[in-house]
Design a protein around this ligand. Structure first.
Ligand code: MN
Ligand code: MN
Length: 319
C-alpha cells in the first residue's frame, strides 16, 4: 500500500474536489514518497507567446481523468510507489535570475532526500534551475530532451537567460554529461545552418524530426537508450516536440512533428533508465482549445510516474 495515492474515483466523482495532479493529496512532504509532482508557473523566459505560467494549473485540471493502472506498461502505479502533489515552486514574475534561485533552492531539499521530481512548466527556461538542483545532488546528468528546438543559443537580445539558451548554459555550468545526452525532434526554419551545428559542437547527439521519422520509433528508442546507457538521466519534454495538430497550446509551434501516440511510445520506451528527474514544459493554456495539449502534457507526466513504478516493480520482481 502506498503512503500517498490518488483519491479513489470509483468512490467520489472525478469532477469533484480541489484539483491536484491525478487527485493525489497535496502534501508538502519528502517522507514516504518516491515522486513529487511540482508546478513551476513561470514564463518570463519565453521569447514569443506567453502564458506557460498557467501550465501547471491546466495540467492538474485535466489530470483528474487519469486512472492508476497503466495498461500499456502493465503496471498499477500505486502498488509500487507513493507520491504527492507538492504544489508550486516560488517564482517572481518578470525576474528570471531571482526566480532561478528560488526554484533551485526550493527544489533541492526534495532531490536531496531521494525524491524524484516531476516538474510541470512553465517555459523551458525553468529546466536550468531544475538541473542545477538535481546535479547538485547527483553530479552531471545525461539529458534526454524532446523538443522541436535545441535551446542552445548563446544569447537572445544580448541576454544569457531565456527559454532558448537553457541547454548551452547547462553545459557551460557543468550540469550536463554531454556525451550521454541526446536531443530529439528538431525541425522548422532556422536563423542559419549554425543553429543545429551549435548543439552538435557542444557535444549533444541531435536527431531531427525528419531523421527520427525516417528511423522509426523503435530505432529512435534504441538510439536514446544506447546514448544514455547507465548514466543518471534527466528527461525534459518540451510539448512543442509534438506536432501542433496534436499540441496546439504551446509558445513556438513547428509543423511536421511527431503524433501524440508516437510521443507516448517514445517515453514508454525509456523504461529501466536511471532516472533522477523529469519535466514537461511549454504548455500555454490560452492557445489550447479543448484541453488537447494539457491532456497530452498530463499523460506525459503520467508516463513518467509509470516509469518510476515500472523500475520499482522490476526491482521487487528480482528480489
Ligand atoms: Mn524547448
Ligand atoms: Mn521548443
Amino acid at each position: 500500500m502506498a503512503n500517498y495515492e490518488p483519491v479513489d474515483s470509483l468512490e467520489s466523482p472525478r469532477f469533484s474536489g480541489v484539483r491536484t495532479f491525478m487527485r493525489l493529496p497535496h502534501v508538502e512532504t519528502t517522507e514516504g514518497i518516491d515522486f513529487a509532482i511540482i508546478g513551476v508557473p513561470f514564463d518570463t523566459g519565453a521569447t514569443y507567446r506567453i502564458g506557460a505560467r498557467f501550465g501547471p494549473e491546466a495540467i492538474r485540471s485535466i489530470s483528474a481523468l487519469l486512472r492508476p493502472h497503466n495498461a500499456a506498461l502493465d503496471v498499477s502505479i500505486f502498488d509500487y510507489c507513493s507520491g504527492v502533489d507538492f504544489g508550486d515552486l516560488p517564482v517572481v514574475p518578470g525576474y528570471i535570475e531571482d526566480s532561478f534561485k528560488r526554484i533551485e533552492q526550493s527544489l533541492f531539499p526534495l532531490v536531496d532526500r531521494g525524491v524524484i521530481p516531476i516538474l510541470l512548466g512553465g517555459d523551458h527556461s525553468v529546466t536550468l534551475p531544475e538541473l542545477r538542483a538535481v546535479a547538485k545532488k547527483h553530479g552531471p546528468l545525461a539529458l534526454v530532451q524532446f523538443d522541436s528546438h535545441t535551446d542552445t543559443w548563446d544569447e537572445y537580445f544580448g541576454r544569457l537567460y531565456n527559454h532558448g539558451t537553457t541547454f548551452r548554459r547547462g553545459v557551460e555550468e557543468g550540469l550536463i554529461l554531454v556525451d550521454r545526452s541526446i536531443q530529439v525532434g528538431m525541425r522548422g526554419s532556422l536563423y542559419s545552418k549554425e543553429d543545429l551545428d551549435a548543439a552538435k559542437s557542444l557535444g549533444f547527439e541531435v536527431i531531427t524530426s525528419i531523421d527520427g521519422q525516417e528511423m522509426g520509433i523503435d530505432n529512435l528508442i534504441r538510439s536514446i537508450r544506447q546514448r544514455v546507457g547507465e548514466a543518471k538521466v534527466f528527461v525534459s519534454f518540451d510539448i512543442d516536440f509534438v506536432d501542433p495538430a496534436f499540441a496546439p497550446g504551446t509558445g513556438t509551434i513547428e509543423v511536421g512533428g511527431f503524433t501524440s501516440a508516437e510521443a507516448l511510445r517514445l517515453v514508454r520506451g525509456l523504461g529501466g533508465l536511471n532516472f533522477t528527474g523529469f519535466d514537461v514544459v511549454e504548455l500555454l493554456p490560452p492557445y489550447d482549445r479543448s484541453q488537447i495539449t494539457a491532456s497530452l502534457a498530463a499523460n506525459i507526466a503520467y508516463e513518467f510516474i509509470s516509469l518510476i513504478a515500472l523500475r520499482k516493480k522490476k526491482i521487487a520482481g528480482a528480489q
